[in-house]
Design a protein around this ligand. Structure first.
Ligand code: NAP
Length: 515
């Protein structure tokens, strides 16, 4: 592999100087953040981070050892009280300051996301803005960390008593995130976890861990106490598993594939699990839909972030009577999405994360064509860049009808009516998102009620993590919900405190009852 033409370290501002130093070959070696300091792995092992733009190495990060993970967890354990002791209003202030710092350093993050994830700058900026929004909304989340008063006078057994149900931090949160939104997904775990008074050990994807390290630096500067946040880097099999299986970890919040999610469940033992897993988002286009709108949004849902979204539109089920016109409009729309090097401003579809991903996507497209699908566009790749692809008349026997695509492919299946679409949805092992294009109120409602998914969007593509809307999956797409306020539910434990008022002669209800 060759050295990257644009050296990432040279592009970063001085704020991030403690994070990296240049090795003799000119490649920057980044440190991970453990126990309040920026350090290499204990045995000096590193792992290359390369850019999907041209596969060149842009940085190296520590390959954390079992000992490093234990040190990070021990630090979180020892420093947990420090974050709990900060009054809530000051915790909110830390996040507001982080939002301002992130705004000031937007260019650092856009450049990093472009290089490490291959994102076009506009998409990278969108990811940064989504994190800024999330940081600004912490006051809304903070309102969820209240409690409830429950009177005892509804049952003979609890007369003369009442209970307070309070929310407490769970303790140490292991936050494991995937490659596709390397900043946003990690941040949506770290922010509510710390806000609720937990200590965190974060493990970003080995493919692109740099933006998360930069984010940790901003949190450090904003005032998160040393040790309350740790970021360990390295490959998931080793680092992730050591983290997940630690007895000191109280909650694992994991976003990634269903396959790795299953491994997490096996390794975790008895602890809380929050799992955001794979999806096969389905768009259903009915005969009364605005076809222009449906085509535009289906293309965006299929191609945005090169299709590498858990909430991507991964299958389009269009009613046969309008299918020809819809496909025509969709193909016209796909022509507006140029693929290539994200540094070129006209490019909307950057490379997929690595060559293996491009080969996997190609395997799915070829399989569909062999089984009878019609390839209307694309179906080729060069390096990590997969051409925007349209497959029509995809049969249910094709793998792409059921497997997560995670690439820029519009997969069209033709159905008789909405009932057939519902049947296909039922057969899917995934249950993350769906969207429906129709102008009939009754069909909107019918589809929204019948589809077994975590989110149904009417007349738009599904989008996770925007505004206040919660998200999460059913079936093999996950357990739990993320979102402003909803993540707090996952990251706090309920504790019931029962007060017996009778010894103090305060249990008046029973006394009157007994007279
Ligand atoms: P992945 O391969 O499952 O990896 C996810 C994370 O788990 C990475 O940090 C990975 O580390 C780590 N990991 C790997 N093996 C592990 C183990 N044995 N124990 C603990 N952690 C382990 O997923 P990905 O390819 O990065 O991301 C794509 C997947 O994420 C898709 O399936 C997508 O649908 C899903 N996703 C879901 C949502 C949602 O909200 N439901 C959102 C985004 C993405 P390494 O990178 O070091 O291997």
């Amino acid at each position: 592999m060759t050295k990257a033409s644009g050296n990432l370290a040279d592009l970063l501002s001085g704020t991030f100087d403690p994070l990296h130093k240049k090795a003799s070959d000119g490649i920057p070696l980044f440190n991970m953040y453990v126990d309040g300091s920026w350090s290499n792995s204990s045995d000096g092992a590193t792992v290359d981070v390369d850019t999907p733009i041209d596969n060149s190495i842009i940085a190296r990060v520590p390959q954390a050892s079992q000992r490093d993970v234990e040190r990070a967890v021990a630090s979180a354990h020892d420093n947990w009280q420090k974050i709990r002791d900060i009054p809530g209003i000051e915790r909110v202030e830390i996040f507001h300051l982080t939002a301002r710092l992130l705004q000031e350093h937007e260019e650092d993050f856009v450049n990093t996301l472009m290089l490490e994830a291959g994102k076009p700058p506009k998409d990278a900026a969108g990811e940064v803005h989504a994190v800024i929004d999330r940081l600004k909304l912490v006051m809304e989340e903070a309102r969820k960390i209240f409690g409830e008063y429950l009177p005892g006078d509804w049952s003979e057994d609890t007369l003369g008593k009442f209970a307070l149900v309070i929310r407490e931090p769970v303790g140490i949160v292991a936050a494991i995130s995937p490659f596709n939104y390397p900043l946003f997904i990690g941040a949506t775990k770290i922010i509510p976890a710390l806000l609720a008074g937990n200590a965190v050990v974060s493990k970003p994807s080995v493919e692109n861990p740099l933006s998360m390290l930069l984010f940790a630096r901003l949190l450090e500067k904003a005032g998160i106490p040393e040790g309350a946040l740790n970021v360990v880097t390295g490959s998931g099999g080793k680092v992730g598993e050591a983290l997940v299986s630690s007895d000191k970890v109280a909650l694992v919040t994991f976003t990634g594939s269903t396959e790795i999610g299953r491994r997490v469940v096996q390794a975790a033992g008895i602890k809380r699990l929050h799992l955001e897993l794979g999806g096969k988002g389905m768009a259903v286009v009915l005969d009364d839909a605005d076809l222009q709108l449906a085509a535009k949004r289906c293309v965006e849902g299929s191609l945005k972030n090169a299709g590498q979204r858990c909430d991507a539109i991964s299958a389009i089920l269009v009613v046969e009577s309008v299918a020809d016109r819809f496909v025509e409009l969709l193909v016209e729309e796909v022509d507006k999405w140029k693929a290539g090097d994200p540094r070129d401003e006209s490019v909307k579809v950057g490379p997929v994360i690595n060559s293996a991903a491009a080969e996997r996507i190609h395997g799915l497209v070829q399989d569909a064509v062999e089984k009878g699908a019609i390839l209307l566009k694309g179906g080729t790749y060069s390096g990590c860049t997969y051409a925007p692809t349209v497959l029509d008349k995809v049969p249910l026997t094709a793998r792409i009808a059921w497997e997560e695509t995670f690439g820029p492919v519009a997969t069209i299946m033709r159905v008789r009516d909405e009932d057939e679409a519902i049947m296909v949805g039922k057969e899917s092992r995934y249950g993350l998102d769906s969207c429906v294009f129709t102008n009939s109120f009754y069909k909107m409602w019918k589809m929204a009620k019948r589809l077994q998914v975590g989110e149904v969007t009417i007349n738009d593509l599904p989008r996770h993590g925007v505004g206040y809307f919660p998200f999460g999956g059913s079936k093999e797409s996950g357990v739990g919900r993320e979102g402003v306020g909803y993540s707090i539910d996952e990251m706090t434990n309920l504790k019931t405190i029962v007060f017996n008022l009778e010894p103090g002669q305060l249990g008046k209800t029973r006394r009157i009852h007994n007279m």
